[in-house]
Write a protein that binds this ligand. Sequence first.
Ligand code: NAD
Ligand code: GLY
Length: 364
Amino acid sequence: MTAKSTQVQVSLGDRSYPISIGSDEIFNADIGRYISGKKVLIVTNETIAPLYLERLEQQLTDKQVSRVILADGEQYKNLDTLNLIFDQLIGDHHDRKTTLIALGGGVVGDMTGFAAASYQRGVAFIQIPTTLLAQVDSSVGGKTAVNHPMGKNMIGAFYQPQAVIIDTDTLSTLPDREFYAGLAEVIKYGLIVDADFFQWLENNVDLLLQRDKRALAYAIELSCVSKARIVAEDETEQGIRAILNLGHTFGHAIETFQQYKQWIHGEAVAAGMVMAAELSVISGDLSEADLHRIKDLLARCSLPITPPADMQPDDFTGLMIRDKKVLDGQLRLVLLKRLGEATVTGQFSIDHLNQVLIKACISK
Ligand code: NAD
Ligand code: GLY
């Protein structure tokens, strides 16, 4: 672990790009080198603008910079808000050489990426993620989207940024609840591809919870290394990339059940990862001892390990069948072969799934 900046490469041929991770990286990354034209549009929101917009603009004094400051919240991740970005781009005469910069969490990043993918059929964009979740997951890999009233992330594109600049200092202002939710996604990488990292997380969770900068930079780097490797192998999710959705089928059922109004994404994913792990145990793969380690680590991060009290097994089954991984009517889930190895499979017993749902719903 070092305090200086670290680079991770996302290798996608002529769409490859660096992820630059470090303290005060907004200043240190020399962002201008990723911008080929004169014009820049910074997209951020009303919470993040007062915290970090000025710092970013100070790095772009040789560019013509416009900004659009969006309302804060998942409920604004829609076509109406996207149109505000296009209004600004067209109103300020941005052309095909322009670069968009997303300064914010996953909501700002997903919308800015989709705006960049579609404005004049595609312009450059840079991700500057400011939540832990966005730093370890949403800013990397090129999934961009807005929501539709009938479904989350229904309208979007795979579109890769020029660079991802991760300034770990921005995490100092992140509310605890958002920070813990990001840790769920960090733990996910240990579970799906890196058992050593899981063990490192067990040993260093107290440092992470104190937001120790070196520990955080290391956890973010290892998470990005795993994500970059999976994305390089399967950019458009034809197969292996789906393992990044461990716990998400259960988690999305929770979020949908609550109409996105109670638990935040990482919390729902945490409870969902435990349910996926329970099914992995009952299917004869994961050991009971490892299941306990998973629950223990998530609980130490103040994350839920059982579903919401008012959810019943039928609520899950009714909602899980709408998952994007359902193919030809068959539910597929991400399960653990062991700690550090995941698989996407439709080969599990429905009886076992029902047992897991019943156990989870009565153990709350
Ligand atoms: P978010 O963008 O809503 O940010 C959470 C909250 O933290 C917001 O209120 C935000 O304004 C605030 N915030 C952000 N940075 C801050 C900072 N440094 N200090 C203080 N407050 C700060 O939520 P998120 O968890 O970052 O992202 C969730 C979104 O990401 C969802 O829309 C989800 O669909 C998407 N997502 C996308 C991918 C992908 O691969 N593209 C992956 C996972 C999630
Ligand atoms: N967050 C899941 C993915 O990027 O594929």
